[in-house]
Design a protein around this ligand. Structure first.
Ligand SMILES: Nc1ncnc2c1ncn2[C@@H]1O[C@H](COP(=O)(O)OP(=O)(O)OP(=O)(O)O)[C@@H](O)[C@H]1O
Ligand SMILES: [Mg+2]
Length: 361
C-alpha cells in the first residue's frame, strides 16, 4: 500500500506509527499532527499466515525474529517514514480486573493496599507478570462524600510477551515508548460515548474480545476463543472448500443471502456461538451493575463481515455500530468509503498512533 503519502506530502517531522501485532496479521497506521487534527499519512497490513506456512486470515504464533522480519516488509511496503512507534499487547496475554478496595486518605498507604491486594486477584505468580493499576475516578453526586472503597482496574501482562515485543521492536529497527493492551487502543479510536455503558466486540482471527466500557473504564472483559478463522474453517468444511477459497468467499459475501457458494446458516452458526458467549458477558455486566448496555460496537477484521451488523442487531436487540476509527483522522474525501470499510481492522493501530501523537505534545 502506501499510496497515500504522495497525496499528503511527505513531512517527516512529528510523524508517529501505531503497530498492531495481531495473531493473523500486522497492521500499521502512520499519523502526523497538524494543528488540532491527526492527519493520516499512510497505513498498511500484512498477513502472517503465509509466513507460518498457513493461509491468509489464519492465526499464527511466530517467534520474535519472524515477526520483526515481516514487520520490516510491511514498513517498507507502506512507505512508513518514522521509527516512533507504539505497539499493542494482545488481550489474551494480559489480565484486566476491576476490583473494589478499601479507600485510604494517604496516597502511599493507598498504593500499599493496592499492591498487596492485587496479588490475590492475579492467578499466576507475581514475578511472571508486570503489574499496573488505575484508580477509577469516582462520580460523586453534588453534596455527597466519596465512598469507603475505591474502584481499581488491575492490569497484568506476561513478562514473556513484553520480552517478545521488545525483540520485535529492536529487530524491526523501531523506537517505542509504550506497549498498550489492545483494548485500550481500541477504546481510544472507536468509543465516543462518554457516560452510558457500551459493549465492544473485537472479532479477530483466533479470538473475539468482548468488553464493556463505562465512562471510559473497562468494567468487564472476556476473551472468547473463537474468531474469523473459525468462520472460514466452518465454511470450508461444511461445503468441501479449500480454506483459502472459503476465506475469499466469506470476505465477498459475508451474511448476504442468495450466494450460491455457501449457505447463510453456515456463517450464522459460528457467529451465533460467538454472540451467545458475548451475550452471557453482557448479561453478567447488566445484572451486576443494574444498568443496561446502550450499544454494541463491532470491530476487528470480523467486524468487516457484510451484513453482520443487521444480524447482531437482531441477536442482541440493541443498537449496533460498526467501528470507524479513521473518522478520528483527517484524510481526503475520496478515501472515506475505503477507510470506512476497512476501518474495523485498523482500530487498534489507529488507537496506538493517536496515543503516540498525544505524547508529542
Ligand atoms: N471483509 C471481511 N469479511 C469477513 N471477515 C473478514 C473480512 N476481512 C477480514 N476478515 C477476517 O478477520 C480476521 C482477522 O481479523 P483481525 O485482523 O482483526 O485479526 P487479528 O488482529 O490478526 O487477530 P487477533 O485480534 O485475534 O489477534 C480473519 O479471520 C479474516 O478472515
Ligand atoms: Mg486483533
Amino acid at each position: 500500500m502506501g499510496f497515500l503519502d504522495g497525496l499528503f506530502g511527505n513531512k517527516k517531522g512529528g510523524s508517529v506509527i501505531g503497530v498492531d501485532v495481531g495473531s493473523s496479521s500486522l497492521k500499521v497506521v502512520q499519523l502526523r499532527r497538524e494543528g488540532g487534527t491527526a492527519v493520516l499519512e499512510t497505513y498498511g497490513e500484512i498477513a502472517l499466515g503465509p509466513y507460518a506456512g498457513g493461509q491468509v486470515g489464519q492465526a499464527t504464533n511466530l517467534p520474535a525474529d519472524k515477526i520483526a522480519e515481516t514487520l520490516k516488509d510491511l514498513l517498507r511496503e507502506a512507505n512508513v517514514t518514522t521509527k516512533n512507534a507504539g505497539l499493542s499487547i494482545p488481550f489474551s496475554r494480559s489480565l484486566l480486573t476491576l476490583v473494589s478496595l478499601p479507600r485510604r486518605a494517604n496516597d502511599e498507604e493507598q498504593k500499599t493496599v493496592i499492591s498487596l491486594e492485587a496479588r490475590k486477584y492475579i492467578p499466576v505468580p507475581v514475578q511472571e507478570v508486570q503489574l499496573d493499576w488505575f484508580i477509577v475516578p469516582e462520580a460523586i453526586p453534588e453534596g455527597g462524600t466519596p465512598s469507603s472503597n475505591v474502584q481499581v482496574l488491575l492490569v497484568a501482562v506476561h513478562n514473556d510477551e513484553l520480552t517478545l515485543l521488545q525483540k520485535v521492536v529492536e529487530g524491526a529497527g523501531l523506537e517505542t515508548s509504550f506497549f498498550e493492551i489492545e483494548i485500550f487502543s481500541t477504546i481510544r479510536s472507536v468509543v465516543d460515548e462518554p457516560v452510558k455503558p457500551v459493549m465492544v466486540l473485537d472479532i479477530g482471527a483466533s479470538a473475539t474480545k468482548v468488553y464493556v466500557v463505562e465512562r471510559g473504564v473497562v468494567a468487564l472483559s472476556h476473551n472468547i476463543r473463537q474468531g474469523g478463522q473459525d468462520v472460514t474453517r466452518t465454511i470450508a468444511s461444511a461445503h468441501g472448500l479449500e480454506v483459502s477459497k472459503a476465506e475469499s468467499l466469506k470476505k465477498e459475501h459475508g451474511f448476504t443471502d442468495g450466494n450460491a457458494s455457501y449457505e447463510r446458516k453456515t456463517i450464522e452458526l459460528v457467529f451465533s456461538r460467538i454472540f451467545d458467549e458475548a451475550k452471557r458477558a453482557l448479561t453478567k455486566y447488566e445484572t451486576a451493575h443494574q444498568k443496561a448496555v446502550s450499544a454494541l460496537i463491532l470491530t476487528g477484521g470480523g467486524g468487516v463481515t457484510k451484513d453482520l451488523a443487521a444480524y447482531a442487531k437482531s441477536f442482541f436487540s440493541i443498537d449496533v455500530h460498526v467501528a470507524d476509527p479513521f473518522a478520528k483522522t483527517s484524510a481526503p474525501a475520496f478515501m472515506r468509503p475505503v477507510l470506512q470499510e476497512i476501518g474495523p481492522e485498523f482500530a487498534v493501530a489507529v488507537g496506538l498512533a493517536l496515543r503516540k501523537l498525544e505524547e508529542l505534545n
